[in-house]
Design a protein around this ligand. Sequence first.
Ligand SMILES: Nc1ncnc2c1ncn2[C@@H]1O[C@H](COP(=O)(O)OP(=O)(O)OP(=O)(O)O)[C@@H](O)[C@H]1O
Length: 466
Amino acid sequence: MTVQLEQQQVLVVDDEPGILAKVSLLLASSDIQQVITLSDSREVLPYLRENPVAVVVVDWVMPHVTGGELLQRITTDYPQIPVLVMTAMGDVDTAVSCMKEGAFDFLTKPVDPNRLVASIRKALQVSDLGNQNRLLKDYLLGDRLRFPDAFEGIVTQSKKMRSIFQYIEAIATSRLPVLIAGETGVGKELLARAVHRVSGVRGPFISLNAAGLDDFMFSDTLFGHKKGAFTGADSQRDGLISAAAGGTLFLDEIGDLNHSSQIKLLRLLQEREYYRMGSDLLLKSDARIVAASNMDFEALRTAGTFRNDLYFRLCAHEFRVPPLRERLEDLEPLVQYFVASFALQQGKPVPAVSPNLIPALSQCSFPGNVRELYNMVHHAVTCNEGGVLDIGDFPGLKPAPARSIQITPGENPLISLFGRFPTVVQVEEYLIAEAMRLTGGNQTAAAEMLGLARPTLNKRLKHDRQ
Ligand SMILES: Nc1ncnc2c1ncn2[C@@H]1O[C@H](COP(=O)(O)OP(=O)(O)OP(=O)(O)O)[C@@H](O)[C@H]1O
């Protein structure tokens, strides 16, 4: 769950544009890419309200809002953001007062480039660690979600699923791709929609299923084409990537993508740029990519059918949705939810669910996962007329075998002793009788052996004699 350095924004504030340009260049050449500069200190607080900034570097002396005032506001309102202060006044008093106010570091102008880069790197690490700590704390503190509405319609009681919800919240502000793995029908698309909702982007959620698309179909559907690009291209097509502007592009069945399409997708992910078919005009995309597949990527990569570089681009954030058979605690709430919604759709009273049904369903392996259960319940509710949904409403479903424990006498000393597995009362009686026998009837010694008070043993013996 690490927050990648690539996405961590460094905000540099100085009223001298020349210094801002120098610092940007220095940081870019030191592989710190996400640098935002502001020369008007009045814009800093509004910017922080809207953007996930990891580190702030401020000049101490600035018109309008001074570095000191900013430092105070940031350390109060955003205690998780380390603030580095730069100042031309290398005096001890300023250094002491800004460190007292909670600055992360203090750098004297002209700033030594190596020292500045080293200090920002350290601050980024601290910020990243802070993020992880907060996430971990949230996780340990329990089940709380910050955006429960985003997960509405995903029915679950599974801890594994709740951890996925928390992971989705943790990566919400990142714009890096997300890869969702899991068998068919586990709910990958539902979770992709949750990623979209939690991230709060304004654009739409656009879905493209890559299964069975050849390179031409994939390119045309995703990137669109220019009018006249090929026979039959009577008008321009914008493509789904254009439709997903400012939103999320969900690429389903990504493991099916052929080699040429993989290269085009890789370019889109690396450069955030693409061409419509038949056009030389380079277009930009800001859509967030969420991809899903029910295939085993390790096997695909080993077999050479899926490019390693594309995989590593896609899996900046990655999670696996467990199959239904690994979260059987979800069976009952899902059945109840589907029964109620299908009955409502069909204008029927909601049938009761027989207590035998869930144990019987628990025997199924559900290769089609929640989708398979959905279809089974749909069929059962449609056919049911008795008002109670039972095993008979599910073709081929067998009752769960009665729970009987077979123990052979040789395997268990209790069975050898009692002839069958004894009850608690039988064991108590046996223990008391044995203690009395071994102590020659001495109740005090027997009570001690049994861990009982003597009056208790006495009472038990009297009771047994009655
Ligand atoms: N936890 C859930 N609560 C309610 N409905 C669910 C849940 N999980 C899955 N479903 C339903 O099951 C069906 C399959 O879900 P979805 O399409 O998200 O699965 P998928 O993993 O994307 O499948 P595929 O790999 O075949 O594309 C949908 O009708 C979805 O609404």
